[in-house]
Design a protein around this ligand. Sequence first.
Ligand SMILES: *Cc1c(COP(=O)(O)O)cnc(C)c1O
Length: 224
Amino acid sequence: MNFKMSIAENLQHIKASIPEHVQLVAVSKTKPVEDLQLAYDAGQRHFGENKIQEMAEKFEALPQDIYWHMIGHVQRNKVKYMAQFVHLIHGVDSFKLLQEINKQAKKHNRVIKCLLQIHIAQETTKFGLSEVEALEIMMSNDLKSLENIKIVGVMGMATFTENKAQIEQEFTALKLTFNRLKQVDNSMTEISMGMSGDFPIAISCGSTIVRVGSSIFGHRNYNN
Ligand SMILES: *Cc1c(COP(=O)(O)O)cnc(C)c1O
């Protein structure tokens, strides 16, 4: 199948299947700017990348009204390369990282929106905080001094499995964690969960942001 011909169709198809209140982030990691441009021309404005340098290069090359989402694991020493333009950082998993994002955001006179990444999968390889650790961050006095970041919600990745019941259980756990964190900060609104293989389940469990890559752009080739 030639996905390049059908990026617009894939987008249209997915958009038709998700409710209006759910934000679709087109995950374009490893894909050339030409592919992103095709999605842009089809009306897509929110894009997700997992490497800061790659995102910064694409930011330079593409229209300025794109909302850039950092969905990967963030190294503190690279925050400075995206602080000027990033729209939402999904993978925040430590207070130290929040401090660095705050510091870099301040230089650009911005408030950068962040999500706390919560570990919900059985796999130990996936990054993220426990609910207790996330609560500690939300309740810490030091957080109040970080005026250039705003925690707007949570993000999580389910186990890579065919077992739908397990995926549903993990997404439900994330929704419950969100509810408890929201009791600390009632302004939180976002739950980023759901990828190509599981976004319909995620939406049924309360997702507000889905991160969809291969169903839009085709399979990724990590060798090029
Ligand atoms: C790659 C990636 C996605 C998209 O995955 P697909 O299965 O291609 O939809 C979503 N979220 C994160 C964190 C990713 O790294």
